[in-house]
Write a protein that binds this ligand. Sequence first.
Ligand SMILES: O=C(O)CNC(=O)[C@H](CS)NC(=O)CCC(=O)C(=O)O
Length: 329
Amino acid sequence: MPLCFHLTPPPVIPRKLPITVDVPSRSLTVNLRAFPLSGEQAAAAAMASNSVRVAAAQMTSVNDLAANFATCSRLVKEAASAGAKLLCLPESFSYIGARDGDSVKVAEPLDGPIMKQYCSLARESGIWLSLGGFQERGCDDAHLCNTHVIVDDGGNIRSTYRKIHLFDVDVPGGRVYKESSFTEAGKDVVAVDSPVGRLGLTVCYDLRFPELYQQLRFQHGAQIMLVPSAFTKITGEAHWEILLRARAIETQCYVIASAQAGQHNEKRESHGETLIIDPWGTVVGRLPDRTSTGITVADIDFSFIDSVRTKLPIAKQRQPIEFWKSSSL
Ligand SMILES: O=C(O)CNC(=O)[C@H](CS)NC(=O)CCC(=O)C(=O)O
């Protein structure tokens, strides 16, 4: 029978409700339903119900590598004890400079001391990490790559994606950004398997280019899109949640969008609003405060992904429109 949303309600699929964990108070802010499970119990329950728990972090990185690492360590431990198998940290988790050029100075190769520290953290806590927006040393001293690194629970780097779309924008009513002046653009589309499903790797401004997400879903089989970000306050207020929900709906994937939040220094403020969204477009994880430091967790339900994809069979109904040839404007 064809679906007709005017006459029949959209499919109602049982879902788990989000839990929000505040750091540093460590209090569990539970939305609607208590979740009094230990990490192990939660993981066992998730397996039994064909789902697995993920966490997304929100923080305000500053120009102090040690301070940011201390915050990330706390968030990683919170996520592990909440039973999450993957924690996603935001773009520039390890460092946000106060002056132009600062981030190039701290850039290191992937086998340098900074990334080693984060790999050890993943191993010690037994959790996978999405480290979006690491300042990876580029091909010369004046450039870095904005690299999204996936580390497994043994502390091994499983995958790297280098941000393709660079933020060269004169933000209306805000600053001028020219990310390409110090960043080398990536070229490769990257997806990788993990215990929480097949991850599509992107970073921040990539969010505005839906063709990347279409490729991740329809050519690389992604089930979860990761969008670690540092959206500006102005553009975030106008576009952030809408774009994320659109990407979730049109790819029928979960979207995990960890965000930099609040005031990093005199010149720079990020929108925040870390979100986890399900493949129906519903927000299933959100912190109580748009700019607080903390994590939100949600359960990835593989049968829910299948159910949405079966009910709205866009994968079968797509038509071979040759976009690139026809776009001449
Ligand atoms: O430079 C750093 O420290 C980290 N990188 C970023 O913050 C990047 C590049 S400047 N920011 C964005 O992509 C914001 C996108 C955005 O806000 C939008 O698309 O509206």
